[in-house]
Write a protein that binds this ligand. Structure first.
Ligand code: NAI
Length: 301
């Protein structure tokens, strides 16, 4: 399939570009300046997407600076809510299915069980609120959509927790890492595989309502940020790469402008039942990405 994806350099975009050919898809990234989600120009967004003649669209571009969003709410909403809505309107106008990415930050983080799609939302910050508004705009504009909420995304590309931990470990013996927030680390490469399967399902079964609407899609298994860091260093040390001692700290010891959900875990059973998609165990995928980052480091030396 010809799959247009919004954004040029994001973690998910680059993962789709890498994984697309093996899955038999042509991935067509469309981003700034041709497609600017902040511009409020729906016709321009539609024209940019129409130009690549897609059979499906993946909406992966977003304003993702969680803390900065607290001081730039207008821009966060322009991109994540209005911009996402324009992409969905374009998909509807072009008559193609849409896969839109959203986030665990739409939830408050209360309670101890994994969040399900029909649980009440309650974002704690601007980013989560803007993404929630985006979900609603997407589903209103294009019912032929699957909105996939994911979380704790890392990859060999862009900026992410795994790369930050490895960078810090190169110069420090001990790192304080938050131990009282739990969630599901998710490789963007796995997201790419899942997104393509969902897009194919939407295209193959255009009248199957069970494939449309909200879904959760994260790596299998859960941990805390401190547990995630320990797993990163264990994988890295096993390859002779940098590692550090993890000192568990509380969220209150690491204040950030935007509050994070304490319990970020997403229940992905609905996606498995409807789409037959279940992402691999987070430790397996992490080992692959850490090995790749180590190889890149060695090649750069
Ligand atoms: N990174 C994470 O931990 C998580 C990400 N998500 C969601 O997953 C999706 C993909 O995230 P990542 O690939 O990690 O994001 P990223 O931050 O790596 O990439 C974002 C992309 O959006 C593009 N972009 C930003 N503003 C734009 C604008 N005004 N017009 C056009 N393009 C613009 C950027 O150029 C970039 O290509 C997003 O919808 C994000 O909200 C959900 C949960 C966690």
């Amino acid at each position: 399939m010809r799959i247009a994806v919004t954004g040029l350099a994001g973690q998910v975009v680059q993962s789709l570009v890498e994984r697309g050919p093996a899955a038999g898809h042509v991935i067509l990234p469309v981003g700034r300046p041709a497609l600017d989600l902040a511009g409020g120009d729906g016709a321009a967004i539609r024209a940019a997407l129409a130009a690549v003649r897609p059979e499906a669209i993946v909406s992966a571009a977003a304003y993702t600076a969680v803390d900065k969003a607290e001081s730039e709410p207008d821009l966060a909403f322009a991109v994540n809510a209005a911009g996402a809505g324009h992409v969905a309107q374009a998909a509807a106008a072009l008559g193609v299915p849409l896969v839109h990415l959203s986030t665990d930050y739409v939830f408050s983080g209360e309670g101890t069980r994994a969040w399900r799609e029909d649980d009440p939302t309650g974002p704690k910050g601007v980013y989560g609120a803007s993404k929630l508004a985006g979900e609603q705009a997407v589903l209103a504009a294009q019912p032929n959509s699957a909105v996939l909420r994911t979380a704790w995304v890392y990859s060999p590309f862009g900026a992410n927790f795994v790369k930050t931990m490895l960078r810090l470990a190169a110069s420090r013996d001990t790192l304080g890492v938050v131990a009282d927030q739990v969630g599901n680390p998710t490789s963007a490469l796995d997201i790419a595989d899942g997104v393509m399967q969902v897009a194919q399902n939407l295209a193959d079964r255009p009248t199957d309502e069970s494939l449309r609407g909200l879904f959760h899609m994260t790596g299998s298994g859960e941990t805390s940020w401190a547990g995630f860091a320990e797993a990163i260093f264990a994988a890295s040390a096993g390859l002779g790469g940098p590692s550090a001692q993890v000192h568990p700290i509380a969220t209150s010891d690491y204040p950030t402008p935007a509050a994070r959900p304490v319990n970020s875990r997403l229940d992905c059973a609905k996606l498995a039942a409807a789409h037959g998609v279940r992402l691999p165990d987070w430790r397996l995928s992490l080992a692959g990405v850490v090995a790749r980052l180590e190889r890149q480091q060695e090649e750069a030396r």
